[in-house]
Design a binder for this molecule. Sequence first.
Ligand SMILES: Nc1ncnc2c1ncn2[C@@H]1O[C@H](COP(=O)(O)OP(=O)(O)OP(=O)(O)O)[C@@H](O)[C@H]1O
Length: 260
Amino acid sequence: MIEFIDVQKTYPNGTVALQNINLKIAQGEFVAVIGLSGAGKSTLIRCINRMHDITGGQLNVDDVDVAKLKGKQVRRFRRRIGMIFQSFNLVTRTTVIKNVLVSFVPDLPVWRKLTGIFTKEHKIQALEALDKVGILDKAFIRVDQLSGGQQQRVALARTLAQNPAIILADEPIASLDPLTAKLVMDDFKRINKEMNISVIMNIHHVEIALEYADRIIGISKGAVVFDGKSAKVTKEILDAIYAGKANEMKSSSEESSAHV
Ligand SMILES: Nc1ncnc2c1ncn2[C@@H]1O[C@H](COP(=O)(O)OP(=O)(O)OP(=O)(O)O)[C@@H](O)[C@H]1O
């Protein structure tokens, strides 16, 4: 369970990115966070794994008060939370399997991760993770020889090898063509349903968000203006989220939150 209690985030330059966020996300949910550029979607997602520190309120993940974690505790905590980025964040001049193996040695410097000191067990786990996203046959190919969709799958496999409870995805399909984007979304959906891994995804493609996510969180100017099941999202709700008409949405947000 991820719980935001009156969470606020103000950046050091004074920008208020999140204001009084209250949310509960149960284990195994597939949540899409939507809203205009600059609304605070990325900030919201990145507070969950402490990529950003909150400046007010409390954020709990499985009853752990995330803000109170220190040093090694943060690293251990992050092991259970995978992160997928728009830009894949892979080392492209090496093989697929080495990119996945990196997930087993988070505390070593990068050069050591890439020198190949991995156990047989780790290699088997890495191959299993690649199999789960359908690219086992690419294990020994260099990443820069793969398509964008295949590279995003490598990133997913790397995250899966971590055995995460939660996957945070920040615009994971933004740089993919529509067909490939759907294939990658199919992977997310399968992983979510079959492995009960929570997926919290920041996404600009509204139609895809509605098709794949169970729940939509609409953000405008740092505030939650809609929170409810994808099936309940109407054109009017979308217009309001994207017009930033926060006040207009408050009542439907409260109404919808009751169903979650
Ligand atoms: N490191 C930072 N320092 C200061 N302000 C920031 C920082 N990162 C983001 N912001 C500001 O915080 C607000 C929310 O940004 P955020 O990136 O969370 O929005 P977003 O909804 O994810 O936008 P996009 O869809 O364009 O990625 C914006 O006004 C942005 O300019």
